[in-house]
Design a protein around this ligand. Structure first.
Ligand SMILES: Nc1ncnc2c1ncn2[C@@H]1O[C@H](COP(=O)(O)OP(=O)(O)OP(=O)(O)O)[C@@H](O)[C@H]1O
Length: 131
């Protein structure tokens, strides 16, 4: 969508490059505005460095990458939902609370999945390093 002229209705993206640019802007905005997203990315970078240090297998990398991206995607969707709710109402509403709490619950669930995946893969290797 072209949102440069606020008085005009958004136009459909004409080129793949436009679609990519706006999608990248969406990820960047989530990163800039959401502290949780920055924490998730930091955790992902730590997992990446740890994976390189511990020489993970392809299968182990796939689980780490899958769980990391699941958390990133869920955080973006949570932010989308929060923004949509705020667009609909700035007032207190029990449904707004329910929707936001559920979206946060989805992030929490994927984060637990990522932590469990990380523990199952990294913990035995780290223990082996010391014993
Ligand atoms: N309009 C509303 N009506 C009722 N409760 C709301 C409303 N807006 C927010 N809340 C409550 O406040 C909580 C935090 O909402 P907020 O929009 O500040 O999210 P946030 O702090 O950015 O969340 P997150 O940590 O997931 O990024 C929601 O989970 C919900 O319980």
């Amino acid at each position: 969508m072209d949102l440069s002229d606020k008085n005009q209705l958004p136009q459909k993206n004409r080129h793949y490059s436009d679609s990519f640019r706006y999608a990248f802007e969406g990820v960047k905005t989530t990163f800039q505005e959401e502290r949780n997203m920055r924490t998730h990315v930091l955790a992902g970078v730590i997992a990446l460095l740890l994976g390189l240090f511990l020489s993970l297998s392809i299968a182990e990398w796939l689980w780490i990458v899958l769980s990391s991206f699941l958390v990133f995607v869920m955080e973006i969707l949570n932010t989308v939902i929060e923004n949509l709710v705020d667009l609909v109402t700035k007032e207190y509403h029990p449904l707004a609370k329910k929707v936001k709490d559920m979206a946060a619950g989805a992030v929490l669930s994927t984060t637990i999945f990522a932590v469990v995946t990380g523990l199952l893969i990294f913990a035995p290797k780290i223990i082996q390093l010391f014993f």
